[in-house]
Design a protein around this ligand. Structure first.
Ligand SMILES: C[S@@+](CC[C@H](N)C(=O)[O-])C[C@H]1O[C@@H](n2cnc3c(N)ncnc32)[C@H](O)[C@@H]1O
Length: 433
């Protein structure tokens, strides 16, 4: 019989004593494989944390769990639900499920028909199984969930070898996830969703250019908008890997969270590689004038900075190749926002509200906006003035015919296609008007 616990208190760390014989894995106090369990003569002390997320109660035990990742899980569930609603069925691989909270949410909230909850660490089994037991397991073809303990690559290879494809694969990995990409593309149904996570903040910050080159095929140098570069590098890595297999991907949304930091992108996978992808190339940034622009492969010989200062060539930083197109699909994120409103996931007063986040993502999707953002502080120091209010600056830019948007990555920054010199002039005019 598996160890079962029913904690009486919520969201606090509690200790429970259970009889050793209830735990099939514990042979003796000295050889207990559960790193986290302390066995005494005939009792086990289990540290169990019970959480509530979106009204779902679950336990985390000693698995890796971050409350701060709830927003990323919300976004995954909204996408999964849209998929289920438009395709009629939904089969999910939660490839690194931890305690199984995502699997539980895909089953309950997105009404997934089937979830494979996989985590390489089989010590997590009891917690995952207990959490998923809130949903009837079913049998045979009606089976709604299974728990497996394989390396994520094996879990994907095993399924595609028997032509059993998933509609959605969620890879919530530590570090960089590029080693999972190829198997994930193979194991996904065409038109399916791939939800990728990376916590590799060093690479996106340009501090390990040879690491990013190895993992994503992108040589990344420090740029003032490194966190956006992190998202673009992740999408770019997937674009490249997909092309190798004869597929192409489009980003549905991209989400950066400073807790970690964590970079998440939801991609849709399509058949056929794009022979000429105008959205794949380089980002340049001039540290002298603050101007950023894009450089496609066929423009490499034209490299230079519009500020044409003599010092400019040594101030010009180039990173890539990476994704240059919009970070999100505006109409898709609009559907996500409508669903969030339908479910009442709005104005909850928890950090940045979900509806506000999705609204900013819609703004950021304007295809005229180049990669990067400018912090208002930087603009103010270039213009030698106090920084004007963000909203006032945005409407001034729009009035002059430029695209302008907030950034979901950083609060007091602006994305625009306006060159820095005009930007400073417009700021000065508007601060004094
Ligand atoms: C970031 S945690 C997952 C958190 C979980 N998805 C959530 O939302 O709470 C990563 C998990 O991946 C598991 N893991 C690490 N490497 C793995 C691999 N190669 N294959 C499968 N699971 C792996 C770890 O045991 C850990 O539980």
């Amino acid at each position: 019989m598996l160890l079962t616990l029913s904690p009486k208190t919520l969201s606090s760390s509690s200790f429970f004593t259970v009889h050793k014989s209830q735990n099939p894995k514990c042979k003796s106090p000295d050889s207990c494989r559960f790193k986290s369990l302390k066995c005494s003569f005939d009792r086990i002390l289990v540290k169990s944390e019970v959480q509530i997320e979106r009204n779902l109660e679950f336990e985390t035990g000693e698995t890796f769990f971050r409350h701060e990742s709830a927003r990323g899980r919300d976004l995954g569930v909204l996408s999964a639900t849209l998929y289920k609603r438009s395709n009629g069925s939904l089969r999910v691989l939660d490839a690194m499920c931890g305690c199984g909270i995502r699997s539980l949410r895909y089953l309950v909230e997105a009404e997934a028909d089937f979830v494979m909850a996989n985590d390489a660490n089989d010590d997590n089994r009891r917690v995952i199984t207990d959490n998923l037991s809130k949903v009837e397991r079913g049998t045979g073809d009606e089976r709604r969930w299974v728990v497996t303990h394989m390396l994520a690559n094996k879990a994907m290879i095993e399924r595609y070898m028997v032509a059993d494809f998933f509609d959605m694969i969620d890879i919530d990995s530590f570090g960089s996830d590029s080693s999972f990409l190829r198997d994930a593309f193979n194991a996904l149904r065409l038109g399916g969703l791939l939800y990728l996570t990376s916590t590799d903040g060093y690479s996106s910050g340009g501090h390990r250019p040879y690491n990013s080159l190895a993992a994503y095929g992108a040589f990344i140098r420090p740029m003032p908008f490194g966190n956006e570069i992190g998202l673009r590098m992740l999408i770019g890595g997937a674009v490249r890997e997909a092309a190798l297999l004869g597929y192409h991907v489009t980003p549905l949304f991209s989400y950066y969270s400073y807790h970690g930091p964590v970079f998440r992108v939801m991609l849709r996978v399509h058949r056929g590689k794009l022979h000429e992808d105008r959205n794949y190339g380089f980002v340049t940034h001039c540290n002298l004038c603050g101007h950023s622009h894009t450089l496609r492969f066929d423009e490499l010989g034209l490299m230079g900075c519009p500020c044409s200062d003599t010092k400019a060539s040594s101030s010009l930083v180039v990173s890539g190749p990476m994704w240059l197109g919009p970070l999100h699909d505006a109409s898709y994120v609009t559907e996500m926002l409508e669903l969030a409103k339908e479910w009442g996931w709005v104005s909850e007063g928890t950090g940045m509200d979900l509806d506000k986040l999705l609204s900013i993502m819609i703004e950021e999707s304007d295809p005229r906006l180049p990669p990067g953002y400018t912090k208002m502080d930087e603009m103010a120091s270039r213009a030698k003035m106090n920084s004007p209010p963000l909203k006032k600056m945005m409407s001034a830019l729009v009035k002059e015919g430029y695209a302008a948007s907030r950034s979901h990555i950083i609060p007091n920054a602006l994305k625009t296609d306006c060159p820095m010199s005009h930007f400073v002039r417009i700021a000065k005019e508007n601060l004094h008007s």
